[in-house]
Ligand binder design. Structure first.
Ligand SMILES: NC(=O)c1ccc[n+]([C@@H]2O[C@H](COP(=O)([O-])OP(=O)(O)OC[C@H]3O[C@@H](n4cnc5c(N)ncnc54)[C@H](O)[C@@H]3O)[C@@H](O)[C@H]2O)c1
Ligand SMILES: [Zn+2]
Ligand SMILES: [Zn+2]
Length: 369
């Protein structure tokens, strides 16, 4: 079958993939659509170290084709969104409703594939850039078949990560203020999560001015082009401490929340520097291993500022994915509008180029119908 393989020295489109049958507790899914997330590109360029060969993609939706022994929650024919969390369901983290803290849910690489006859592993326990994939039962979440696969697949990462960061991790309150750095697939979903939460000020920041229109469509109240403006000064001007005073001792003024959806230490530092007293920076972007940020601890300790990380929207997929579908059906969550282009698997390179050029919200690979 066809798929996109990370070879260790880049990636290639192949039709020489094989896949095993689902084992006990596993599900074989025919992937219909898969979004391209920056994390896939980060494997290819080495920012996220990963085993090779492996099958890329982790933002997918499709139809269940077969189930292994003991699987009860889905059956062949069901439409499913794939979650990347192969959580165990039994440990303390899982039992307290935090599957993103489950030790089984990170780095538990398995190898359901073959590539040119040799064993090949999955990526993020998902591998959505293949015509078929095998996942744990807990990762296949049934959805209403009326949601188009091209839109539904984006719930599998960008939407869950962005909206979840706002609703689950930050728990942004109605009327609070926020800045969002990086208006790609994840950032746009932080923006719309903030709109859903009732944030009063949503300041979108990107180095590409082409992102302004989308930011506003998804709910941003302001846009800062950080290729021509210092984003910290611009945000402090937008949210001054007092009339005519952008700042005072230990920098009051600024925003309650700042989300880094880029993955560059300089951006996380800016996210910290725009915080009001009591503000919190949320790190979503994934920089290369070892990336560090320095900060004057006084600016945190005296005035209740903080920095937190957030993986996969701190989600509980069996609760959150049905909720996101419900928000979409009510018109509160924009999903179809996230899909800028759809391409077959051999259009992967075109999507990657368009991502780098800043002309996409999300590009989606369509593998079936
Ligand atoms: N924490 C998680 O669970 C999780 C999940 C998914 C993705 N990610 C990470 O989130 C990041 C974003 O992913 P994405 O798919 O949205 O990427 P994307 O390529 O769709 O978007 C990135 C955006 O950042 C902008 N940008 C680049 N440099 C910037 C800068 N210095 N200042 C402001 N904007 C800048 C780009 O113009 C682009 O609009 C990546 O690092 C990815 O690996 C993390
Ligand atoms: Zn992703
Ligand atoms: Zn667990």
């Amino acid at each position: 079958m066809k798929g996109i393989v990370y070879t260790g020295a880049g990636c290639e489109l192949t039709d020489e993939l094989g896949i095993r049958d689902p084992g006990p507790g596993e599900v074989l899914v025919r992937v219909v659509a898969a979004g391209v997330c920056h994390s896939d590109l980060s494997v290819i360029d080495g920012t996220i170290p990963w085993k090779a060969p492996s099958v890329l993609g982790h933002e997918g939706a499709g139809q269940v084709e077969a189930v292994g022994e003991g699987v009860r929650s889905v059956k062949p024919g069901d439409h499913v969104v794939l979650s990347t969390l192969a959580s165990c369901g039994r440990c303390r983290a899982c039992a307290t409703g935090h599957p993103t803290w489950c030790p089984r849910s990170l780095g538990n690489v398995s190898s359901p594939f073959t590539y040119r006859g040799q064993e090949a592993s999955n990526f993020a326990a998902t591998s959505a850039f293949a015509e078929r994939t095998v996942v744990s039962e807990v990762q296949a979440i049934r959805i209403d078949p009326e949601v188009p696969f091209e839109s539904a697949c984006l719930i599998g990462c960008a939407v869950m990560t962005g909206v979840g960061a706002v609703l689950n991790r930050a728990r942004v309150g109605c009327g609070e203020t926020a800045a969002v750095f990086g208006i790609g697939g994840v950032g746009l979903n932080v923006v719309q999560g903030l709109r859903i939460a009732g944030a009063s000020r949503i300041i979108a920041v990107d180095t590409m001015s082409s992102k302004k229109e989308a930011a506003e469509l998804f709910g941003a109240t302001d846009f800062v082009d950080s290729s021509s403006l210092d984003p910290v000064a611009a945000i402090r001007d937008l949210c001054p401490h007092a009339p005519g005073r952008s700042s005072g001792a230990l920098g009051p003024g600024g925003v309650r929340w700042a989300f880094d959806c880029v993955g560059h230490p300089g951006v996380l530092r800016s996210a910290i520097d725009v915080l009001d007293w009591g503000g919190m920076a949320v790190a979503l972007g994934i920089p290369p291993r070892g990336a560090e940020v320095s900060v004057d601890v006084n600016h945190l300790a005296y005035v209740d500022r903080g920095v937190i990380g957030c993986r996969y929207g701190s989600s509980r997929p069996h609760h959150d994915i049905p909720l996101l579908v419900e928000l979409y059906r009510r018109g509160d969550l924009l999903l179809d509008e996230l899909v800028s282009i759809t391409r077959p698997l051999d259009g992967f390179g075109e999507i990657v180029e368009a991502m780098h050029a800043g002309s996409l919200h999300r590009g989606v690979l369509v593998l079936g119908s």
